[in-house]
Write a protein that binds this ligand. Sequence first.
Ligand SMILES: NC(=O)c1ccc[n+]([C@@H]2O[C@H](COP(=O)([O-])OP(=O)(O)OC[C@H]3O[C@@H](n4cnc5c(N)ncnc54)[C@H](OP(=O)(O)O)[C@@H]3O)[C@@H](O)[C@H]2O)c1
Length: 186
Amino acid sequence: MAKLIYSAICSLDGYVADAEGNFDWSAPDDEVHRFVNDLERPIGTYLYGRRMYGVMVYWETAPTRAEEPSAMEEYAEIWQAADKIVYSRSLEKVSSAKTRIERDFDAEAVRQLKEAATRNLSVSGPTLAALALTMGLIDECHLFFSPIVVGGGTRALPDNVRVELELLDERRFGNGVVHLHYRVGS
Ligand SMILES: NC(=O)c1ccc[n+]([C@@H]2O[C@H](COP(=O)([O-])OP(=O)(O)OC[C@H]3O[C@@H](n4cnc5c(N)ncnc54)[C@H](OP(=O)(O)O)[C@@H]3O)[C@@H](O)[C@H]2O)c1
């Protein structure tokens, strides 16, 4: 069965965006970006909350295919190659290829997606990921902690959920970001 993987770049105090909605402080540098690219390359389908899709759809028209692609050009190719499902009750149409809208994040439907998939899936947008975590659907997490405390905003991980985690790997980057890779237990 394919795995469902949650990845987020957050502040040390666990926010993906600060109280003003800014997340410019989380922008990955080249080293972090290439590492993220390697994690995302094998993913077959991205499950997005509507808000995260609205940010990530930038990659649909971002430049690709330079002779020696930058980390961003490489990522644009990876993003465009993957299938996407956007969860939303309000979105009327999508502006990327290989993308469909689902009106409900249904646990059984996601389990079936995992069973049918030949490549792993990812979920992002912390509101949607919180639901997936609560439903016991997430198999692994990749958390990237940026060297900043922002004091409030949108949390990468929700309140009122308790799960045991097994640390699978960790990495320190030159810009002070730390990556933690966990298997989600029960
Ligand atoms: N740190 C970073 O690297 C980074 C990168 C990009 C973005 N961000 C930030 O991340 C945040 C985005 O995350 P978010 O938590 O605000 O939103 P999100 O999880 O991406 O999207 C939430 C939306 O998903 C839809 N949804 C949620 N549950 C659903 C369900 N059960 N069934 C159907 N649709 C459902 C709803 O859309 P509808 O309202 O349309 O129904 C809901 O408003 C933003 O603050 C953004 O600025 C951070």
